[in-house]
Design a protein around this ligand. Structure first.
Ligand code: TRP
Length: 384
């Protein structure tokens, strides 16, 4: 490996195109990607629209996946992913990922895969309980779904990613990728694959953003999300209906900020204290505001109005960007095409290096096949 290659800092991350991205995606990962992109510290940034992975639990609805490729790409671009600085690519257009997945399958046991906590909880949510049944609500466990962490390992290692900015729920995937990369390099005595690091948000509210109902993680299927593409009226309605503190009945009552979505969202989305000066000059910072709420005398409506201003500071520019990209959908298509072409080159190179390490590039390496066979033949003759 060249010394230069050792120092290359590469990002690979991605999302399943199964729906529009919401604020949980934004604070959990997308915002960080944009910051890292603009930091100039990375030699290469690739964002993967993981349509093949999306098919592992949507095999009966490829149209949903297809339509959401554009939808998710619009979310990326409007949130600040810059096609001059980052590549956006489509997983199914990158054949080396499939080939690598097949080799990596041998380096992991089914026992190891069944310990993955993210896959376990996703299986539960989808009713894949692992036993075949006549009952339509209890489905067997599809092999493709069960093994998607192996395919995700291929995504990450094919780009030789050093860094994966992603949500907390992706930690087991990165752990799996590190193990497989390490095993590959050990077994085939090479240093082709890079063991990646995950980057998760530092702020707890950003790591696991609850839905506006306060019940669970924000998710499209639970209907408790605010989407990057929501219009201003929808965002207002959602913020006004947010779960706060059921014991805070009168304005004068002392209130709780823990488990109160308005304060959780302020923790996650407040950009800086200047937003107080602009919209709520009664307080200098969030601490002061929280203290007043806890003491009593600060009403939910006032808090929600402030949160709405903070949300709109974030969402309005994203909305404007989206409107521009939506009228240039052919450009979006070209960006995906260029990103995928680039990905094909990079990942084919890694696949080639992996096959070299395994000495199975038969038609580039005649010796690996013919000479190896000849010496094997000689050996077996001398033994007899
Ligand atoms: N599993 C990720 C999700 O659920 C999507 C994904 C696919 C991904 N390949 C990846 C994330 C590689 C990070 C790196 O959204």
């Amino acid at each position: 490996m060249l010394a230069k290659d050792c120092k290359r800092k590469v990002i690979l991350t991605g999302d399943r195109p199964t729906g529009k991205l919401h604020l949980g995606h934004f604070v959990g990962s997308l915002q960080r990607r944009v910051e890292l992109q603009n930091s100039g510290q990375f030699d290469e940034i690739n964002i993967l629209v993981a349509d093949d992975q999306a098919l592992t639990d949507n095999w009966d609805n490829p149209k949903k996946v297809r339509d959401n490729i554009i939808e998710v790409t619009l979310d990326y671009l409007s949130a600040g992913i810059d096609p001059d600085k980052s590549f956006i690519c489509i997983q199914s257009g990158i054949p080396a990922l499939h080939a690598l997945t097949f080799y990596y399958m041998n380096l992991v046991t089914t026992q190891r895969l069944s310990r993955n906590p993210t896959v376990k909880s996703e299986m539960l949510m989808r009713g894949f309980n692992g036993s075949e049944s006549e009952d339509d609500n209890v489905a067997g466990l599809p092999a493709g779904f069960f093994t998607y962490p192996v395919s995700q390992t291929a995504d990450i290692t094919a780009f030789k990613a050093t860094t994966v900015p992603a949500g907390e729920d992706q930690m087991p995937m990165i752990e799996q990728a590190r193990e497989i990369a390490h095993r590959f390099n050990t077994i085939y005595k090479c240093d082709v694959l890079v063991e990646p690091d995950i980057l998760i948000p530092e702020n707890a509210a950003q790591r696991r953003l609850p839905g506006i109902d306060g019940k669970a993680k924000m998710s499209k299927s639970l209907g408790n999300g605010i989407f990057l593409s929501d219009d201003a009226a929808t965002v207002k309605k959602k913020v006004m209906s947010m779960y706060t503190d059921p014991t805070h009945i009168n304005v004068a009552d002392p209130g709780h900020v823990e488990g109160n979505m308005v304060f959780t969202y302020l923790d996650a989305f407040l950009r800086d204290d200047s937003q107080f000066a602009d919209y709520l000059p009664d307080y200098k910072n969030l601490e002061e505001m929280k203290e007043h709420y806890q003491r009593g005398g600060l009403g939910d409506m006032k808090c929600k109005k402030f949160l709405l201003k903070v949300m709109e500071d974030l969402l309005q520019p994203i909305r404007e960007n989206r409107a521009k990209w939506e009228t240039n959908i052919n450009d979006v298509y070209d960006i995906l095409k260029a990103g995928t072409d680039h990905a094909v080159q990079v990942t084919n190179q890694t696949l080639h290096e992996c096959r070299d390490a395994m000495r199975i590039n038969y038609f580039d390496d005649k010796d690996a096949m013919v000479k190896s066979w000849e010496s094997w033949l000689n050996e077996s003759h001398t033994k007899n």
